[in-house]
Write a protein that binds this ligand. Structure first.
Ligand SMILES: Nc1ncnc2c1ncn2[C@@H]1O[C@H](COP(=O)(O)OP(=O)(O)O)[C@@H](O)[C@H]1O
Ligand SMILES: N[C@@H](CCOP(=O)(O)O)C(=O)O
Length: 326
């Protein structure tokens, strides 16, 4: 679910009066998503998504998220365009929450992405990286290697309840990643959560990217690693080399990975798997039974992590020899 805060019609009409979007025709809560409350609005001016930012989103980060969507959309990337208020700015307040409206994107996310979709995602990711290069605001990644230990400390004592031996395995993994995490790779604005549910397609054509609420400044190749994890494993847990190759080829057509980035990919993919494992484990252990949110399985990401740990070379992800040699 993702309607944590209810909105009544009077509140909504008062909120909309601050925008040049016409009058309200209908609205309904959107069940998907986990972080914020989202509503689909129809007005005499068009169709919009209204988001009320919930507790896990830091208010100070909102100018970055909203400014970034505005920047990317104006650069021609297909992503939601924040709607400006009559008095300027994009952020308002509704039902006691910070709130903003963005344009509605057509399309739907794919439950079973195929090879050609992975290629499209790779290309769109690189386009986003290029388009973000002159975005003026910076945001540190709040879930990078230095943040994993405090997150782990919150779950560590109960980890063996989820799988026996997990505590020792993650202790070792975390120490290895902290010691070997790369530095000096090309960086810029990354999406940091470009999972299939955040990418829309119309038939086989990618129609847009959404959900920029984990976006931050970090290594571009880390974003590629997040996508390899999210797009290129099959339901049985096997890594699909053909999908990996397509995703990397699609990326390279727009922004060729440098050899240092390609060489770091196995480690970055391990780190990316650990990052999602840790947030899922935290939610798994803390979300009360009966809460209206779908808990995501941490073990899926533990399996991905184990796969990356035994990867000897980037060629196992589909990198070609020329990508790996400087
Ligand atoms: N601009 C948009 N156009 C169309 N649908 C959208 C748009 N933004 C969000 N949605 C819908 O709302 C759902 C939740 O949005 P998302 O940003 O992923 O929420 P959360 O940040 O809470 O995870 C999406 O799965 C999609 O169905
Ligand atoms: N993609 C993350 C969870 C974040 O969910 P989103 O709805 O904000 O994309 C995961 O799969 O763990």
């Amino acid at each position: 679910m993702a309607v944590y805060t209810d909105v009544n019609e009077d509140q909504l009409r008062a909120f909309l009066a601050e925008y040049d979007v016409g009058t309200l025709l209908s609205y309904k809560g959107i069940a998907e998503g986990v972080e914020n409350s989202n509503f689909l609005l129809r007005t005499s001016g068009g169709t919009y998504i209204l988001t009320l930012y919930e507790k896990r989103v830091n208010r100070d980060d909102l100018p970055f998220f909203i400014g970034l969507m505005d920047h990317l959309a104006l650069k021609g990337l297909s992503c939601p365009l924040p709607i400006e208020r009559r008095g300027g700015g994009h952020l308002g307040e509704l039902a006691g929450r910070p709130a903003a409206m963005v344009s509605f994107l057509d399309g739907a996310w794919l439950r079973k992405p195929q090879v050609q979709h992975c290629r499209e995602v790779g290309r769109a990711l690189a386009e986003m990286h290029n388009a973000g290069h002159d975005f003026a605001i910076r945001r540190k990644n709040g879930l990078t290697v230095t943040d994993w230990r405090p997150l782990w400390e919150g779950s560590r004592e109960r980890a063996d309840e989820v799988q026996p031996g997990l505590r020792d395995e993650i202790d070792e993994e975390l120490a290895a990643l902290e010691q070997n995490w790369p530095s000096g790779l090309p960086e810029g604005v990354i999406h940091a959560d470009l999972f299939p549910d955040n990418v829309f397609f119309i038939e086989d054509r990618l129609s847009g990217l959404i959900d920029f609420y984990f976006a931050c400044n970090d290594f571009f190749a880390y974003d590629v690693a997040i996508c390899l994890n999210a797009w290129c494993f099959e339901a049985d847990g096997a890594f699909n080399h053909t999908k990996g190759m397509a995703l990397i080829d699609g990326y390279n057509t727009v922004r060729p990975l440098q050899p240092a980035e390609a060489g770091a990919l196995p480690l970055l993919a391990r780190g990316a798997a650990l990052r999602f494992f840790l947030t899922r484990l935290h939610d798994w252990l803390t979300t009360p039974e009966g809460a209206l949110v779908v808990k995501k399985d941490p073990i899926e990401y533990l399996r991905k992590l184990r796969f990356h740990r035994q990867v000897a070379s980037g060629s196992e992800y589909g990198l070609r020899a020329k990508d790996l040699i400087s």
